[in-house]
Ligand binder design. Structure first.
Ligand code: HEM
Length: 206
């Protein structure tokens, strides 16, 4: 027995972490949206609230993609298998933020003018890369359920879900192409992605 008087047994801590981890992370993932709603209600989004909203949602979309990609390396490096249970949820939040970001562009910026959106996709390289990233994320969101994973079979499902890497790279290029100055942020995202990919490869081939 490795428990001293008054201390909580390690197995109890694991059970509690298992029980609370998902709900806590779920609420945490909603906080950026709540923050945006509060700022919008206060009129605190600056002179161009539409642009600020689209950019804010784009930033969080990319952050959640990176966090989702960090789950497996974090599990492999720490050995905390509980963390692995968060990957799907964080990935779906990433998709939700991407969807809201794109809805902001389509509805608030372009007023559902599909002809103008079509022209924008062809004309602006950064929109093209954004669309490429979105197109790769859609099948991942659709096949995220256990039933779909069973239908596809483990190996095919895992191969399909590798699409998250090119999607993340396209998201970073989209950011890189969009900005005119201050390339530090997309560069940092690119380096983080390279490091996460490196950890996966190192653990796979070691
Ligand atoms: C995985 C997909 C995507 C990610 C991760 C993403 C992420 C981002 C990021 C990080 C920014 C820059 C935010 C900032 O400056 O702080 C941005 C800007 C933008 N994104 Fe995306 N994006 C994605 C897809 C798309 C798609 C599909 C569209 C449109 C079809 C789009 C339209 C825009 C626009 C219009 C801006 C610039 C907003 C402005 O300055 O007016 N994005 N996005």
């Amino acid at each position: 027995m490795n428990v001293t008087a008054g201390a909580v047994p390690a197995t109890d801590i694991r059970v509690r972490v298992r029980r609370w981890l998902k709900p806590v992370v779920f609420v945490a993932c909603l906080l950026p949206l709540a923050w945006l709603a509060v700022r919008a209600a206060e009129g605190g989004l600056g002179a161009n609230p539409i642009e600020a909203t689209i950019r804010y949602l784009g930033d969080w979309a990319l952050r959640f993609i990176v966090i989702a990609l960090a789950v497996t390396p974090a599990r492999l490096l720490t050995g905390l298998n509980e963390i692995g249970r968060l990957r799907r949820m964080v990935g779906l939040f990433a998709f939700a933020y991407v969807t809201l970001h794109v809805m902001g562009y389509v509805g608030l910026d372009q007023f559902f003018n599909w002809a103008a959106i079509g022209k924008d996709i062809v004309k602006r390289v950064y929109i093209m890369f954004g669309m490429a990233a979105l197109t790769m994320l859609v099948p991942l969101a659709i096949t995220s359920t256990d039933a779909m994973a069973r239908r596809l079979g483990g190996a095919r499902w895992r191969r399909l879900h590798l699409l998250v890497y090119p999607a993340a790279i396209a998201g970073v290029i989209h950011y890189f192409e969009m900005i005119k100055a201050g390339f530090m942020q997309p560069l940092i995202y690119g380096l983080i992605l390279a490091a996460l990919f490196g950890v996966r490869l190192y653990k796979k081939w070691r």
